[in-house]
Design a protein around this ligand. Structure first.
Ligand code: COA
Length: 193
């Protein structure tokens, strides 16, 4: 990995991001009681997981170790994944969700994005806001293209993602595939609506 990409990876693994309206903070995910509580709630909530594929033996500690390495400091962790926990200012019960940057292709500077919010935060426009914050961050870091996939039945996610990525393409597996050219200006900014 060249120096430029090494710096990009360090930023993704260690720097937090605040939304333009100072309402949401995205902190690089770390294993903690708070995050375990988030996964225990969200990943066992049928409304949240209706269209997700989460294995029965999902273990947040193992997941964090995979991303951040055995010492939890990102050294030895996955070089193709970054994960943020989303905090809402004024809400003191831990993360309200997570947003992932995965399948990073360091040669072509592309990545896939994923997001999960806790039940009580669905349908309030938070997903598109977080989505924009991440896309803008990745664009500023020099990434060129973002992808995301959404199951055709996941209407909530389809609505949210279309605002950011435009129309997707329905593929044979019943999923919509979305991609966004980050070398062009982001057309939709929820903070300016
Ligand atoms: C997908 C997700 C991140 C979107 O974030 P969000 O903050 O809920 O998004 P929004 O508030 O913009 O709501 C999404 C849209 O769905 C609509 N919606 C709300 N409830 C809905 C429901 N029960 N069924 C279908 N659409 C619904 C909203 O009206 C909104 O569209 P609109 O702004 O055009 O009215 C979030 O809903 C979530 O975490 N879902 C569970 C996990 C998941 O499916 N993740 C995505 C995997 S691809």
């Amino acid at each position: 990995m060249g120096t430029e990409n090494f710096v990009r990876l360090a930023v993704l693994k260690h720097d937090s991001i605040t939304s333009p309206d100072n309402d949401l903070d995205l902190f690089p995910a770390r294993s903690a009681e708070w995050s375990d509580k988030f996964y225990a709630e969200a990943f066992h909530d049928p409304l949240v997981t209706a269209h997700l594929s989460i294995s029965d033996d999902f273990d947040p500690k193992r997941y964090m170790t995979e991303i951040n390495g055995p010492l939890g400091n990102s050294f030895g962790g996955s070089p193709t994944k970054a994960l943020y926990h989303i905090y809402k200012r004024g809400y003191f019960e831990g993360p309200i969700g997570h947003v992932s940057v995965k399948e990073i292709d360091w040669k072509n500077l592309t990545f896939h994005r994923g997001m999960v919010l806790k039940k009580q935060f669905l349908g309030q426009g938070i997903g598109p806001k977080v989505g924009f914050v991440i896309l803008d961050h990745m664009k500023k870091l020099g990434f060129k293209r973002a992808f995301t996939e959404v199951k055709g039945a996941n209407l909530r996610s389809l609505n949210a993602v279309r605002k950011q990525f435009g129309e997707g393409v329905l593929t044979n597996d019943g999923q919509y595939h979305f991609e966004l050219d980050l070398t062009k200006p982001l057309e939709w900014n929820p903070f300016l609506q």
